[in-house]
Write a protein that binds this ligand. Structure first.
Ligand code: ZN
Length: 74
């Protein structure tokens, strides 16, 4: 199973639309937009390779997604 990291953006309109503020990073299965925690994410949201997980680049990271991801045993 392939995974990737996907951004959830803040609700309010971003001050600079080219750099929307990331509220939380979530983990999804590759090519899916629903996070492991159940959160629906924007198909156009920024994604990062799963190797970014655990780095400061994806902070803050969804705790539920992190726990689910660990449970996959990957
Ligand atoms: Zn999540």
């Amino acid at each position: 199973m392939e995974y990737e990291v996907r951004a959830e953006y803040a609700e309010e309109a971003p001050a600079r639309s080219d750099q929307p503020r990331v509220e939380t990073w979530h983990m999804t299965k590759a090519d899916e937009t629903q996070a492991l925690c159940g959160q629906k994410l924007d198909p156009a949201a920024r994604t990062l390779p799963v190797t970014a997980w655990g780095t400061s680049e994806v902070d803050p990271f969804c705790r539920v997604c992190g726990a689910q991801y660990l449970r996959q045993g990957v």
